[in-house]
Design a binder for this molecule. Structure first.
Ligand code: UDP
Ligand code: MG
Length: 323
């Protein structure tokens, strides 16, 4: 009888949040690809990120009937990046394949990505050539986000990528050893280095349900990305200070000149406007400092990143057995 070896050759990691409508198709498509290319040496890790629908009961049932499926039930909703991190911590495979549950990233691309990895890469990341079914707003904000991020960070974070990628065990081990709480996983993987290659692909639209990234979450995701990899916004304060100082001096000169040439100057309106502008700039800068300070505060608590309520698998991990 076939047994699961201690270290499967492939781990597929999928974060799940209220995806009951996608789960059956997801498991069927992913299992088919894995079976074809890895025979029995694979595991599919489904991390339930505090779903309020039937996702966990479906995952638990799937894990009970299929020894390749591992269900990880988090204690509550921890957010996409932490759910993904939990899956990566549990994974044991030699190569790790990260997927979204909504099948926007086709699992059938696995063999081509493996082939690319075989050329000697540690990371093969999917890079979207096109994105079906996304709103104009999402496309515009995503483009702006990646272009701005690229200008702000010291490392190269490739544009138009998601978490859809193949990663080697050593990169995942390094990633798991990074304790930070505000995790922008794709950036962290770029930061780790080794040889990484892009894999261009067309992104499908969501199979069912709606995105879990409303504007509010998109903004906090973007802030995590920027503050995790750049201190440029902090420097912005001093640059702005210098610029405003020079403008202030110039306007002082102008005021002095006007006084000499025309006598007293009327200017309550401009004064009020100036005070307002200065006040708002100072508050904005305080806000930027606050973003960093708040994150430092949260990091210093060193709380665990997530709590796992249950790990469900039908067979315990066993050492390689004889037939
Ligand atoms: N997800 C999660 N926790 C969350 C939000 C999302 O685990 O709090 C999962 C979700 O189930 C999906 C992936 O993260 O597998 C990406 O989410 P989504 O498809 O909603 O994002 P989008 O593709 O719209 O950016
Ligand atoms: Mg999606």
């Amino acid at each position: 009888m076939a047994t699961i070896s201690q270290q499967p050759r492939l781990s597929v990691v999928i974060p799940i949040y209220n995806e009951e409508a996608c789960l059956d198709t997801l498991l069927q498509r992913v299992s088919t690809v894995c079976r074809t290319h890895f025979s029995t040496s694979y595991e599919i890790i489904l991390v339930n990120d505090g779903s309020s629908d039937a996702s966990w009961s479906m995952i638990a049932a799937a894990a009970d009937r299929d020894q390749h499926i591992v269900g990880v039930n988090l204690s509550r909703n921890h957010g996409h990046q932490l759910a993904l991190s939990a899956g990566l911590q549990v994974s044991t495979g030699e190569t790790i394949f990260i997927l979204d549950a909504d099948l926007q990233d086709p699992p059938e691309l696995l063999p081509q990505m493996l082939e690319k990895m075989g050329e000697g890469y540690d990371v093969v990341y999917g890079q979207r050539i096109s994105r079906a079914g996304e709103s104009r707003f999402k496309l515009l904000t995503a483009t702006l986000f990646y272009r701005t991020l690229q200008r702000m960070v010291d490392i190269s974070i490739p544009p138009d990528t998601g978490d859809f990628r193949l990663i080697s065990r050593r990169v995942v081990d390094h990633l798991n050893a990074m304790p930070e709480r505000f995790r922008f996983v794709r950036g962290m993987i770029s930061w780790i280095g080794f040889r990484q290659a892009a894999f261009p692909y067309h992104r499908d639209s969501r199979l069912a349900g709606t995105t879990h990234y409303p504007l509010r979450k998109m903004i906090s995701f973007a802030l995590d990305a920027v503050t995790s990899f750049s201190i440029l916004p902090l420097r912005f304060a001093s640059h702005l200070g210098v610029m405003l100082g020079i403008t202030g001096l110039a306007s002082l000169g102008w005021v002095g000149w006007s006084y000499i040439s025309a006598g007293a100057i009327a200017g309550w309106t401009s004064l009020a406007a100036l005070i307002l502008i200065m006040g708002s700039i100072q508050l904005m800068l305080l806000g930027i400092f606050g973003e960093y300070l708040g994150r430092m505060y949260m990091e210093t608590k060193q709380r665990p990143l997530f709590f796992v309520q249950e790990i469900r698998r039908s067979t315990p991990m066993a050492p390689e057995e004889e037939n």
